[in-house]
Write a protein that binds this ligand. Structure first.
Ligand SMILES: [Zn+2]
Length: 131
């Protein structure tokens, strides 16, 4: 777990579409999503770019289509997909869609990378490089 204050992260290293969280300068807690107050001690937080890498903490399968809108089914219609919590190397857990071709391949602890793009956070084994 790193504890680099946002102030020393060079602007060029902050991803345009990466996840933005916050860090408490008082107690060191890193949180997502970004909030004005620390969830542990209430101190004012500072913005922070979160790691793009983590491991699957837990997961399940979404077997029915979410309410639409806002959900937009893909071309070809709804197919069950994995959702879970990814524990980033920052130590924060993020609820996300787990992007895999085969639901049977999903394992707790599998390494994951953030997939670039709009909408809900998505992670895959290769960060979306295969598509
Ligand atoms: Zn705090």
């Amino acid at each position: 777990m790193t504890n680099v204050p946002a102030a020393v992260v060079p602007p060029a290293a902050v991803p345009a579409a990466g996840l933005r969280g916050c860090e408490c300068p008082e107690c060191g807690v890193v949180a997502y999503p970004q909030a004005a107050g620390c969830p542990r001690c209430g101190h004012a937080t500072v913005p922070r770019a979160l790691s793009r890498e983590g491991v699957l903490w837990t997961w399940t399968v979404q077997r029915f289509a979410p309410k639409s809108p806002p959900y937009q089914p893909p071309a070809g219609g709804f197919r069950p997909f994995a959702v879970g919590y990814v524990e980033l190397s920052d130590g924060v857990r993020v609820a996300a869609v787990i992007d895999v071709d085969d639901l049977e391949s999903v394992r707790i602890g599998m390494p994951l990378r953030l997939v670039e793009g709009p909408g809900v956070p998505r992670f895959s084994a290769d960060g979306g490089a295969r598509s």
